[in-house]
Design a protein around this ligand. Structure first.
Ligand code: ATP
Length: 223
């Protein structure tokens, strides 16, 4: 009760975990940085709120660090898949509400999900998919995967949309997707009204199931 700041812990301070730790700290969050490697921990001692040398596969160590009381723990151990799995399992058994884990491959990802990881990240694959979406369609500026089947897309309005209102376009009924925001120049209109007219150069933020988004793209964006 009454605790203002969210408490984060990052386990594994390689490139991935290190970047998370740095960015969270820059944003003013409370971050506990953990690694079994002394040099890595020293590197983060001035960046994170606390930095400790510890083996995260030791349940007693995680308990004594009070990880049970953290809001969100990120397991950024990559190469040692066994350590990553064991750490995630201990954290979920301890009752950490939110555990994000980095997966090295599909098998690793499957196991992490099975043992209760709340969010599994596969950085190389996710970035690859994101890049592919960005480069295959000239209209797509950015892409964010929400789940295996849902995404958010930032797209440039297609010619077929210009001069039409959101009611006219009716993308929700036709394709099952939602336009959640429209950017016009430097202004952004979040939750646009139904009578909003889509113009050339507008950037639309679209959310929906991947299959529906594909139909939307094929029908309204590709010339
Ligand atoms: P990245 O791909 O993010 O650069 P990396 O290749 O540098 O990672 P990984 O093997 O993926 O390193 O592990 C990341 C970090 O996790 C390393 O700094 C390593 O010391 C740490 N680590 C590995 N096992 C444990 C463990 N059981 N407890 C604590 N830290 C661990």
């Amino acid at each position: 009760m009454g605790r203002m700041k969210k408490q984060f812990a990052v386990i594994g301070l390689g490139r991935f975990g290190g970047a998370i730790c740095r960015t969270l700290s820059e944003q003013g969050a409370e971050v506990l940085a953990i690694d079994s490697d002394e040099d890595r921990v020293n590197e983060f001692s001035t960046i994170a709120t606390h930095a400790v040398i510890a083996d995260s596969t030791d349940e007693n160590v995680l308990k004594s660090l009070g990880l049970r009381n953290f809001d969100h723990v990120i397991v950024a151990i990559g190469d040692d898949i066994q350590a990553s799995i064991l750490t995630t399992l201990i954290l979920k058994e301890m009752g950490v509400p939110r555990v994000t884990a980095k997966a090295q491959n599909d098998y690793h990802e499957k196991v992490l999900r099975k043992i209760g990881a709340d969010h599994v990240i596969h950085p190389e694959r996710d970035m690859g998919a994101r890049l592919a979406h960005n480069i295959t369609s000239t209209n797509v500026l950015d892409y964010l995967e929400l789940s295996d089947e849902h995404s958010i897309l930032e797209v440039v309005s297609g010619q077929k949309m210009h001069g039409k209102s959101l009611v006219d376009l009716d993308v929700r009924a036709k394709f099952g997707v939602n336009i959640v925001a429209i950017k016009k120049g430097s202004s952004i209109n979040v939750s646009p009204r139904a009578d909003q007219i889509v113009e050339e150069g507008d950037i639309l933020i679209v959310i929906g199931a991947d299959v529906d988004i594909d139909r939307f793209k094929n029908q309204l964006l590709e010339e």
